[in-house]
Every structure is written in structure tokens, then in C-alpha cells.
Design a binder for this molecule. Structure first.
Ligand code: SAH
Length: 404
């Protein structure tokens, strides 16, 4: 039996937040975010982090959430019902999330996102499962307050061998809290955890890997690639630990080039190819800058996967990001054999699907290619997006076929 390190506390501190006139509509409609500009008045210690009840300007109760004075995004709403925010609240939400994944995914994989923040009505909380280990990211000061309750709820719901934390990054900085990583409950994860996805095996390094260790959101697109990789030459650009490469070889690809700028990522990719018996298959693992590589290489491929990291972290970065996406797609299209396919992605939350498609269109025009959209690609079903929070729909992909 796994024992969390914390004692459960109760939170009876409650802030009362009154919105400015006419600012209640998004809250009533279920959007989980309230920015500082919508708030008229705070009753209570407005410098504390805590549970807050939100009212319209006429003092009608609207919703309940977590407040942090240090963030411009002041409140992230948890519920539109008058329910206590305690361990059983988190257990209810997490068990709903878990039930859906268990029903939909356990036949295909033992690694999935158990909780996708706003998409599971738990803004600020990510939980990923890797076989018997769970990795949490508490992105906000509010969620951080409930770490003990959340870990206890997870320990009860799952048969986890260990629960690990990777709470890092920009959102925590904006929330005014430092990074926090380490064991939350149970055993420390090994250096690499072995997971299985659609019959393919992967090593995941949850302690040092990127994000929580693996890009679970690309599972469906990896499966899509498998369907078209047989006898093809494939370039997996921005490969990380080689997810697309393993699927391509498993599907009978003729040659796969695995490209990334990160040495640890490529080391892991090499291990993953070997783990699946593909160490001697034709292809290379290449470390470098994909922008320079795509511009300079002469080789052409039948299929190219282009899955760069987010190029726009803030709204202000969109212009620069569109330039980057256009460059990558233009050069990728130039390196496709006739009839070739490009699987191109953007994981920038601030770049809409519409704008991404326009950028790729511009790239096709400049490359002098005629191109069709074969399929729109996106995150797998363990990354649900709240209909009330379209901002959560960050991953956009296009499967393109070059006609001539
Ligand atoms: N396709 C991967 C996930 C890609 S994440 C998967 O399915 O697992 C983005 C990757 O881009 C990271 O591994 C990062 O190391 C790499 N990267 C970032 N900047 C790069 C650059 N300029 N050139 C090549 N790779 C880069």
C-alpha cells in the first residue's frame, strides 16, 4: 500500500470575489479563467492563495475556484456547484477521468494522460501514467495547495508503485512559485520506465526527460504514420525519443532518419529503436538544428514528420512563430519525393488551426507545390479539450500529400 508523504488538511479559508458589471458572461458559460481586469473587489486577504467564491456584480453566486493574487490569471474555476473543494472533490474528478481512459485506452497502451488540466475540469493539474508510475505537474499555486489531497486521491484510485512530480516551467514562474520535482509517494521511478503503445515499446525517463517524459499527445498521429510508412523512406524531424521512428520501422519503412537537437533525446531514441529490434535497420540518428538541416540536405524522402516544439510561447511571439513554421514547411515540402506525404504539426496554443493552415498554404505556394490535406491530426483522446476552454486545443496537425 502506498502512503503519501503529507497529512490531509482542510481549507475553510474562503475568498469572496465580486466581478465588474457585465463581466460574468464567460464565467456563467463555463470558461474556467478569470483575469484580474474582470474583478471589481475581493473580500478577504486578497494576497493569499486559496479557494474563492465568485459572484456577479449583483452578488449572485456563480462558481468556485482557486485564486492567486500573483498571477494576472487570478482565478481558475473548478466547479459551478456549491461543493467542497477537498480530497473527495479531487477523487471524484480524477476517478471520472481515469474511468474514461481505462475504458478507451487500456487495450492500446499502459501510458496515457490521466488528467489534462482544464480538459478534465482540473485547471493547473496534469497527471500522466507510465506503466506503474504516475507523474504530476502542479502548474498553479492553487493546485499546489491541494497537492496532498490530490496525491492521496491518486494513490487510492490507482495501484501506483510511485507518484513523481515534475512541476516546472513558465506557468509556475507566472504564478510566483518555484519549480518542484521529486517523489511525492511510493517508490522513486527507475531511470527508464518501459511502456507499451500499440505493441511498440518505449523507455521513458520521467525524472530527466522532456515534459513528463514522453509525448503522449502524438499517439494517434504515430498510428496514422504507421498506416503509410510501409516501404517508404521517412524523415522524423524533431524526433525526441523516436516515437514516430519506431512506429515507422514497425510498419515496414525502408529507411528512417531520426533528427533532433537534443543529445539525450537521441540517446533515448537509439535505445528505443534497439528495444524494438530495429537497431540495424537502415537509417541514421542525427543531432543538429532542423532549420539548417532542412535547408541544406539534398536527400529526398517519401514521408516527412515535422513536429517542432512550440514556437510561440506568448501571443506576442505569433509573428515570429509563423515565420518559423513557414520556413520549416517550405523546406520540408521541397524534400519530398513526388507523391510524398508531410505530417506537419504545431503545438503552439497561441497559433490557431486556421492560421497554421494558412502558413502551410503559404509554404506550399512558395515551394511551388500542389498539395492536398489528407487528414487533420490532433491529440489523442486522453487529452480532452473543454468545450468551454478552446485555448486548450493546442496541438494541430495536417497530413498533406504533394500532388506535383
Ligand atoms: N515528435 C516527438 C516530440 C517532439 S518535441 C514525439 O512524438 O515524441 C520537440 C523536439 O524538438 C524536442 O525533442 C526538442 O529536443 C527538439 N528540438 C527543439 N529545437 C530543435 C531544433 N532547432 N532542431 C531540431 N530539434 C529541435
Amino acid at each position: 500500500m502506498l502512503r503519501p508523504y503529507f497529512l490531509t488538511k482542510t481549507f475553510d479559508l474562503m475568498l469572496l470575489i465580486y466581478l465588474k458589471p457585465t463581466r460574468e458572461r464567460p464565467v456563467v458559460n463555463g470558461h474556467p479563467w478569470i483575469f484580474s481586469g474582470a474583478i471589481e473587489r475581493v473580500d478577504g486577504d486578497d494576497q493569499q492563495v486559496g479557494v474563492a467564491d465568485v459572484f456577479d456584480s449583483k452578488k449572485n453566486w456563480l462558481a468556485r475556484g482557486l485564486y492567486n493574487a500573483k498571477s494576472q490569471l487570478r482565478i481558475r474555476l473548478l466547479t459551478w456547484q456549491k461543493e467542497d473543494i477537498d480530497q473527495s472533490f479531487f477523487a471524484r474528478r480524477l476517478s471520472q477521468a481515469l474511468a474514461f481512459r481505462a475504458e478507451q485506452l487500456t487495450g492500446a497502451t499502459n501510458a496515457y494522460r490521466l488528467c489534462n488540466g482544464e480538459g478534465d475540469f482540473l485547471p493547473g493539474l496534469i497527471v500522466d501514467r507510465y506503466a506503474d508510475f504516475y507523474v504530476c505537474q502542479f502548474f498553479t499555486a492553487g493546485m499546489e495547495l491541494f497537492k496532498a489531497e490530490i496525491v492521496a486521491a491518486l494513490a487510492e484510485l490507482t495501484s501506483a508503485t510511485g507518484i513523481f512530480e515534475r512541476s516546472e516551467g513558465r506557468v509556475r514562474e507566472e504564478e510566483g512559485i518555484a519549480s518542484s520535482t521529486g517523489v511525492l509517494a511510493g517508490e522513486a521511478p527507475p531511470d527508464s520506465i518501459q511502456i507499451e503503445e500499440h505493441g511498440n515499446k518505449f523507455f521513458v525517463d520521467v525524472q530527466r526527460g522532456q515534459k513528463t517524459g514522453f509525448f503522449l499527445d502524438q499517439r494517434d498521429s504515430r498510428a496514422f504514420l504507421a498506416a503509410l510508412a510501409r516501404d517508404r523512406t521517412v524523415l522524423n524531424c524533431f524526433s525526441y525519443s523516436g516515437g514516430f521512428s519506431v512506429y515507422a520501422f514497425a510498419a515496414g519503412a525502408k529507411e528512417v532518419v531520426t533528427f533532433d537537437s537534443s543529445h539525450p533525446a537521441l540517446e533515448l531514441a537509439e535505445k528505443n529503436l534497439a528495444l524494438n529490434g530495429f537497431a540495424d535497420r537502415p537509417g541514421e540518428l542525427i543531432k543538429g538544428d532542423a532549420f539548417a538541416y532542412l535547408k541544406e540536405i539534398e536527400q529526398k524522402f517519401d514521408v516527412i514528420v515535422l513536429d517542432p516544439p512550440s514556437l510561440a510561447h506568448r501571443r506576442a511571439d505569433i509573428d515570429a512563430a509563423t515565420g518559423g513554421y513557414k520556413f520549416l514547411n517550405l523546406h520540408a515540402l521541397r524534400h519530398l519525393n513526388p507523391g510524398g506525404m508531410l505530417l506537419t504539426f504545431s503545438c503552439s496554443q497561441h497559433l490557431s488551426a486556421d492560421l497554421f493552415q494558412k502558413v502551410v498554404f503559404g509554404a506550399a505556394v512558395d515551394a511551388g507545390k500542389k498539395v492536398t490535406i489528407v487528414r487533420r491530426l490532433g491529440h489523442s483522446i486522453d487529452h480532452p479539450v473543454s468545450l468551454h476552454h478552446p485555448e486548450g486545443d493546442y496541438l494541430k496537425g495536417l497530413a498533406l500529400r504533394v500532388i506535383d
